[in-house]
Ligand binder design. Structure first.
Ligand SMILES: Cc1cc2nc3c(=O)[nH]c(=O)nc-3n(C[C@H](O)[C@H](O)[C@H](O)COP(=O)(O)OP(=O)(O)OC[C@H]3O[C@@H](n4cnc5c(N)ncnc54)[C@H](O)[C@@H]3O)c2cc1C
Length: 303
């Protein structure tokens, strides 16, 4: 990337948080993906706002990264700036029952913090291996819980550089979607509204849900969780199984034997192999059942 851009970014974000040609396989749970021309980690809101103003002024391509747990990044990588929010991860109490979390805080850490403070209703998210920022984009959910049910407000940075606070109703939460998707907002922080609960019960709930995940999901392999959205009236995993695709593979990318809704990386899969597998699964499921599967996983770069 142009030296001038790097120098200008290093005026805002410390040089140790500005990496060139950073392999994205280090930052996705699929463990695939080529290099980002520039990979930066702002440490706070002010740095994020300033860096975004600069990127906008320069017209540079950018991508905001949470924990990379819902991403397939091409093997060629991304010719632009990846902005990782991993250093913006403050979590603290606001009042009695609310938790403030910066966008880069992990759901697992927030769930542990909620438990330690005797606050319930966030247990469902403990096993979703992403950030709270990423969870807002997707209205992430599991086991009957979803972000919509626990979010009081979300502070975002608009593409015009304005900081806005969106309350729950303005978030337009839907199935794996929210107002943030498509509007180019960047989540800066979230205020979660929880309820007082019994620590023992919260701990037990979290343990039970973790055990369910270990039993049903191939957590021993890299993946991006459920690869496809749930088609209305069906389960993606069942459709894939019925199409005879359990264990079906392209190179080291495979439909999990344990849970057909998961595409896994058995070792050295490339993003191209994962992509080819996804396309083949979509095709065969359609031929077998007439149902169109749509990837839940977000793709970045050329495929
Ligand atoms: C083993 C496993 C189990 C999973 N189980 C579940 C589950 O039960 N329920 C579920 O809903 N999901 C699940 N997922 C998928 C994934 O964890 C969620 O979709 C998660 O919310 C993604 O968050 P992230 O921080 O990793 O986002 P990323 O994958 O980094 O990014 C996803 C999208 O969000 C955008 N984004 C991220 N942060 C911000 C921000 N601060 N501002 C603006 N845009 C942002 C990115 O640009 C990208 O478009 C699972 C994944 C795995 C690997």
């Amino acid at each position: 990337m142009n030296e001038g851009i790097i120098n200008a970014i290093e005026q805002i974000v410390s040089a140790s948080n500005v990496l060139e040609n950073e392999p994205m396989s280090r930052h996705t749970t699929f463990r695939t993906g080529g290099p980002a021309s520039l990979f930066i980690r702002p440490e706070n809101k002010d740095q994020l706002v300033e860096v975004m103003a600069l990127i906008k002024k320069l017209g540079t391509e950018f991508f905001v990264l949470g924990n990379g747990s819902n991403l397939l990044i091409s093997d060629e990588g991304f010719d632009g700036v990846v902005i990782s929010l991993s250093k913006m991860n403050d979590i603290h109490l606001e009042g009695d029952n609310d938790i403030y979390a910066e966008a880069g805080a992990m759901n697992s850490q927030i769930a542990a913090f909620a438990r330690d403070n005797g606050l319930k209703n966030f247990e469902f998210a403990a096993g979703i291996p992403g950030t709270i920022g990423g969870a807002m984009i997707m209205n992430a959910g599991a086991y009957g819980g979803e972000m919509k049910l626990v979010t009081r407000s979300v502070t975002v940075l608009s593409p015009e550089g304005e900081i806005m606070v969106l309350d729950n109703s303005s978030m337009e939460f839907g199935y794996r979607s929210s107002a943030i998707k498509g509007r180019g907002y960047i989540v800066i922080s979230v205020l979660l509204s929880l309820e007082k609960g019994d620590k023992e019960t919260i701990t037990q709930n979290m343990q039970e849900l973790a055990a369910k995940r270990r039993e049903k999901q191939p957590l021993e392999f890299p993946s991006a969780g459920s690869t496809f959205k749930r088609p209305e009236g069906y389960f993606a995993g069942k459709l894939i199984e019925d199409a005879g695709l359990r264990g079906f593979s392209v190179g080291d990318a495979a439909v999990s034997e344990k849970h057909c809704g998961f595409v896994i990386n058995k070792g050295n899969a490339t993003s191209a192999e994962v992509y080819e597998l996804i396309c083949e699964v979509e095709k065969r499921v359609y031929e077998n059942s007439g149902v169109t599967l749509e990837p839940e996983v977000i793709m970045l770069g050329k495929f």
